[in-house]
Design a protein around this ligand. Structure first.
Ligand SMILES: O=C(CO)[C@H](O)[C@H](O)COP(=O)(O)O
Ligand SMILES: [Fe+2]
Length: 227
């Protein structure tokens, strides 16, 4: 896997043919499947749960990156681990005890990540950063695909990049929300290495174009090569 990883969010996929949508983006050069779980409580939307994760798991060996927008979060973590998730990320506001939640994800055999909304302070990383496998910076408020990138996320990425580099550990820095071909290079320069893109990938081109995912992912990689 290259330093830069592209993770299409299936939130913007055609759910009537979800399996095909997943195999198509992976065959088109994507690295990771980003799986958005929304509970209509922590965020004002309702999406998919462990049953869907279990159903797609046999389709690929690629990482399934489960982004839990669920409160309380702990109860559902073992279910996603059993369903085949590789990475589980959670929002600190949705956890009563963040160190315990990180430990639970790892005990379940998954990599652990913590997610920061645009207004969430980074001090939740104090004392736990080195236990994490990934930090996810939201560049939109969570709940919906297709929103515009919030530029302040770039400053947050720069700050977290310095914090991660100071640990000397291989902690991934993911960005989620409004990532497009025309801003991905700037986001990479701010320090992100893993890029969630939902509407930019699944909304690309015309449905009749069988190469539309390949085209947009290649365009993102070309931009990343310049970063
Ligand atoms: O977590 C999310 C929203 O809460 C999604 O992953 C994100 O919005 C991706 O969609 P897009 O790339 O269209 O912004
Ligand atoms: Fe997400």
């Amino acid at each position: 896997m290259s330093k830069f990883k592209i993770a299409p969010s299936i939130l913007s996929a055609n759910f009537a043919k979800l399996g095909q949508e997943i195999t198509d983006v992976l065959a088109s050069g994507a690295d990771i499947i980003h799986f958005d779980v929304m509970d209509n409580h922590y965020v004002p939307n309702l999406t998919i749960g462990p049953l869907v994760c279990e159903a797609i798991r046999p389709l690929t060996d690629a990482m399934i990156d489960v982004h839990l927008m669920v409160k309380p979060v702990d109860r559902i973590i073992p279910d996603f681990a059993k369903a085949g998730a590789n990475m589980i990320t959670f929002h600190p506001e949705a956890s009563e005890h963040i160190d315990r939640t990180i430990g639970l994800i790892k005990e379940c055999g998954c990599k652990a990540g913590m997610v920061f909304n645009p207004g969430t302070p980074l001090n939740y990383l104090d004392h736990v950063l080195e236990k994490l496998d990934m930090v996810l910076i939201m560049s939109v408020n969570p709940g919906f695909g297709g929103q515009s990138f919030i530029p302040e996320a770039l400053n947050k990425l720069r700050t977290v990049r310095k914090m991660i580099d100071a640990t000397g550990k291989d902690i991934w820095l993911e960005v989620d929300g409004g990532v497009k071909v025309n801003n991905i290079a700037e986001i990479a320069r701010a320090g992100a290495d893993t890029f969630v893109a939902g509407s930019a990938v699944y909304g690309a081109g015309k449905d009749s174009d069988p190469h539309r995912y390949e085209t947009v992912i290649a365009a993102m990689r070309a931009e990343l090569a310049k970063a």
